[in-house]
Design a protein around this ligand. Sequence first.
Ligand code: BEZ
Length: 248
Amino acid sequence: MLPHEYGIEKSRRYEVESLARATRDERPGRQVNLPQTASLRLGDKAPDFTQDSTQGPIHLYEWMGESWAVLFSHPADFTPVCTTELGMVARLKPEFDKRNVKVIGLSVDPLFRHDEWAGDIAETQGVELNFPLLADADRRVAQLYDMIHPNAHPTETVRSVFIIDPKKTVRLTHTYPAATGRNFDELLRVIDSMQLTDEKKIATPANWKPGEDVVILPSVRNSEAEKLFPKGYTELKPYLRITPQPTD
Ligand code: BEZ
């Protein structure tokens, strides 16, 4: 089977299976019943693993070193949304690098499929796959990170994202459905917020973007705030004090 036929066949099978499941699942007590994996929560230690990738075997903790990591799964190789996502992450890699963040993708397809698909990504997205893609054919990592949601699809990973900090703590998780491509600018925005709020006694408000005003943590007294935020702040409420983003 040619690579593109494999992809089309997988997408078709996915749609047929999803439809069948949606119909079945409307009946009470007919949910797919697979062994439960513990889901990871914020603040948990990120499980370590060794797995094959397009850049050779990867031992997560060693590969991360002192960097942050974004580990993200996608449902299958040779599928349209995943192709655009991997192209986008490859284009944004310099932005992740600037923030000391390593990116690593995953699907449960085998390595030779990843290698074939990388050619399509370069051809259609105009960028080489410049980060590793885990070939998790034995689903070792998918199980560890609870990336298979059996009532959505029995065997393929959903679009999971884990941001892991240099201490190997899980700092963000999110899960998107298969048919919705993610917004990777949002991941960069969250990383900017986390790296700033780790350093300063502030938090970032709704829809904040780097360079915009931030809020002072409610635990900081006004007398301390005056020293910590020499540019001053506006007190809208005792718990809502706004200050320019600290730059030093
Ligand atoms: C995709 O990546 O294009 C895709 C994968 C599974 C279902 C729908 C779309």
